[in-house]
Design a protein around this ligand. Structure first.
Ligand SMILES: NC(=O)C1=CN([C@@H]2O[C@H](COP(=O)(O)OP(=O)(O)OC[C@H]3O[C@@H](n4cnc5c(N)ncnc54)[C@H](OP(=O)(O)O)[C@@H]3O)[C@@H](O)[C@H]2O)C=CC1
Ligand SMILES: CC(=O)N[C@@H](CCC(=O)OP(=O)(O)O)C(=O)O
Length: 350
């Protein structure tokens, strides 16, 4: 049996971190060699997450570059925006492969990043090397990447819903409207008033309307797919559940003669090789519950012949296909392993 790949997780104490631990503990080809945290540095992981204490006996360490380079061949950065770009240059120089779960390495243009996220960046050469980590769209580039900027939940659910339409020129790209709903874990484990039970329970609300930070990221990839500049209307909502995401996308068809069955055939062909995407049959619309705990994105659609619009629905688990699972899927590709190795495809349902 080949030696196991030594992987590290920076931000192990957060929601993304604990998902990575959960999934990597059951991955047959890796061993967890390092866990890093910030305020929780020095705390045994099993104390933070007693439900995993019987599976992993590691302390969350302070984030020190030399220690990570010495311990690992691959590292996942599950940290808030603005941390990865301080670490990735040193980790790459130390010979590691880096999978960043934050937004730091998702942008081709660093000025776009800085105008939406702020920060003072001096890592342009490293950023140029980064590959956008959505395997369904950039599989071949990911295979050879040393640095992968993994997309988060909203861009993943939105782009998987939109990609066949844009790539094949089926819609007027200016008509794209994306309505998205996220469970509260999307906001991370850090304390925030909006994530309190009394705020989020029994209530639904939109936020960051017309100014959410995922707009430029979604537009960047939509433009790449369409071969022209695309602007989208994107509205996120917080809904009272712990995990899960549902996107409803609307767009005006170029050919009003297309019916739902034609469109389903197009989507099925587009995602035939994509083991993390399931295109549902006619009249079946996805539920977040089906995707819970899995690295699968479920897609359903309908053409409304009255309005000449297509409506595409996509559901995923924000913490798995929308975050940690996606990063592991990218790691599998860089190692030449089966893309879904170690990743659950069957949900908890109900
Ligand atoms: N939650 C989600 O659904 C998704 C999140 N993402 C992205 O993934 C990343 C992680 O998100 P999430 O897991 O939700 O976040 P959490 O808030 O749950 O966890 C953040 C983690 O980062 C650590 N951290 C904070 N500051 C530093 C620092 N200065 N140096 C090193 N580590 C630090 C924290 O350590 P400590 O606890 O010790 O302070 C903690 O482990 C974010 O960039 C987020 O945008 C992407 C897709 C979906
Ligand atoms: C509910 C909630 O607060 N969600 C987060 C999405 C987190 C995420 O996915 O962030 P990145 O893709 O940028 O890493 C938000 O709206 O900012």
């Amino acid at each position: 049996m080949a030696e196991k790949l030594r992987v590290g997780i920076v931000g192990a104490s957060g929601y993304g971190g604990v998902q990575l631990v959960r999934l990597l503990l059951d991955h047959p080809r890796v061993e967890i060699a390092y866990l890093g945290a910030n305020q929780n540095a020095g705390v045994p992981f099993g104390e933070l997450y007693p439900q995993l204490a019987h599976r992993i006996d590691r302390v969350c360490e302070a984030v020190e570059l030399d220690r990570i380079v010495e311990a690992c061949s691959v590292v996942f950065l599950a940290t808030p925006n603005g941390i990865a770009y301080t670490l990735a240059p040193g980790l790459l120089a130390g010979g590691l492969r880096v999978f960043d779960l934050s937004a730091d390495y998702r942008f081709v243009n660093l000025e776009t990043y800085q105008s939406w996220y702020g920060g003072d960046r001096h890592d342009a050469a490293v950023a140029r090397e980064a590959v956008y980590g959505l395997p369904e769209l950039y599989r071949e580039r990911i295979r050879t990447a040393r640095l992968v900027g993994c997309p988060g939940c909203y861009p993943t659910a939105s782009l998987l819903a939109a990609a066949p339409l844009l790539k094949q020129g089926l819609i007027d790209p200016r008509s794209l409207i994306i309505d998205a709903k996220s469970g509260v874990s999307g906001a991370g484990r850090t304390l925030k008033t909006g994530s309190l039970f009394a705020e989020a329970d029994s209530s639904v609300a939109a936020y960051s309307v017309a100014r959410h930070r995922h707009i430029p990221e979604i537009e960047q990839i939509c433009s790449d797919l369409a071969g022209m500049r695309v602007q989208v209307q994107f509205t996120p909502h917080l809904i009272p559940m712990a995990r899960g995401m549902l996107v409803t996308l609307y767009a005006q068809l170029r050919d009003p003669g297309l019916v739902s069955e034609d469109m389903l055939t197009i989507y099925e062909a587009f995602y035939r090789q994509a083991s993390a995407v399931r295109v549902l049959g006619s009249g079946i619309y996805p539920q977040t519950k089906w995707a819970s705990g899995t690295n699968t994105c479920f897609i359903g659609l309908e053409v409304d012949q009255r309005t000449e619009r297509v409506i595409v629905l996509s559901a995923l688990d924000n913490l798995v296909k929308g975050q940690s699972g996606q990063a592991i899927q990218a790691m599998n590709l860089t190692q030449g392993w089966e893309e879904m190795l170690g990743l659950p495809a069957v949900g908890f349902y109900p």
